[in-house]
Design a binder for this molecule. Structure first.
Ligand SMILES: NC(=O)c1ccc[n+]([C@@H]2O[C@H](COP(=O)([O-])OP(=O)(O)OC[C@H]3O[C@@H](n4cnc5c(N)ncnc54)[C@H](OP(=O)(O)O)[C@@H]3O)[C@@H](O)[C@H]2O)c1
Length: 237
């Protein structure tokens, strides 16, 4: 396995949650890290907290010019991790679906990832990797959430398609179950318990556990086009 010592890792979505934990783990493995997200104050605070010369760059993945500027400022790099996601949800009966409004549902997670992949190609090393982020609700959908399921699938499909198109650059995705990022902690303990009590591992995962999967996908040089699940066994039930 190639080590991350001396590698340069970009984490879009690195201001918080899973992305921040990936940035911390990559740094601990010896990587130089650049974190990006849309709110300048948040990304600057994250970079400061990570320390050791970590750079924080503002990028709004809804805006292609902003994404292009991010990669230009970041310069040549080895690995891109994309965990950016907003939390606007579209729940409700399909018969009442507001199709136009719903398009915004995948603007960050899917189109943002596509924009990032496009502009990453200008700077990424030939033996580099891109790791996107999907979610278990794509594989175990719940009533009232067809768009959440579609959104998760779209990102994982993008990773598989990019793995063929960008080879030998490797492209994979991590499919997350419920992970206790700050956002998820905000749901409260009872809700988290409700979602996880029946899992083979009956609890939510930690951001550090999620980060392990991203590090594996960056480091294992014979893995591409794969979806690695970090879901407490949720896909078995
Ligand atoms: N946690 C879970 O249980 C779980 C489960 C399944 C899937 N996921 C997915 O995994 C990803 C990470 O989740 P998380 O819990 O770590 O969430 P999080 O803490 O909210 O992280 C998302 C990050 O994306 C950034 N972001 C939002 N909009 C952006 C934009 N337009 N451009 C650039 N960056 C943007 C946010 O920073 P700024 O506000 O500064 O932009 C934030 O740092 C999300 O896509 C989420 O949907 C999470």
């Amino acid at each position: 396995m190639a080590k991350l010592d001396g590698a340069k890792v970009l984490v879009i979505g690195g201001a918080s949650g899973v992305g921040f934990a990936v940035a911390e783990a990559a740094m601990a493995a010896g990587a130089e890290v650049v974190v990006g997200s849309s709110q300048a104050a948040r990304i600057e605070a994250a970079a400061k907290k990570l320390g050791q010369g970590t750079r924080g760059l503002t990028v709004d993945v809804k805006d292609e010019a902003s994404v292009a500027a991010f990669f230009e400022a970041a310069g040549p790099f080895d690995h891109l991790v994309f965990t950016a996601g907003d939390w606007g949800h579209f729940f409700g009966p399909t018969r009442d679906l507001d199709v136009e409004a719903s398009k915004a549902r995948i603007e960050v997670r899917f189109w943002g990832a596509a924009r990032a992949a496009k502009h990453a190609t200008r700077q990424i090393a030939k033996e580099g990797s891109i790791t996107l982020t999907g979610g278990m609700l794509g594989h175990r959908p719940m009533p009232g959430m067809p768009l959440v399921a579609a959104s998760a699938h779209s990102t994982e499909g993008l990773a598989m398609g990019l793995a063929r198109d960008l080879a030998p650059i490797r492209v994979n995705a991590v499919c997350l179950g419920l992970i206790t990022s700050e956002q998820v902690q905000g749901m409260g303990e009872a809700t988290i318990k409700g979602f996880t009590a029946n899992l083979p591992l009956p609890r939510a995962g930690t951001v550090e556990e999620a980060a392990e999967a991203y590090l594996y996908l960056m480091q294992c040089t014979y893995v591409t086009g794969q979806i690695v699940r970090v879901d407490g066994g949720g896909s078995l039930i």
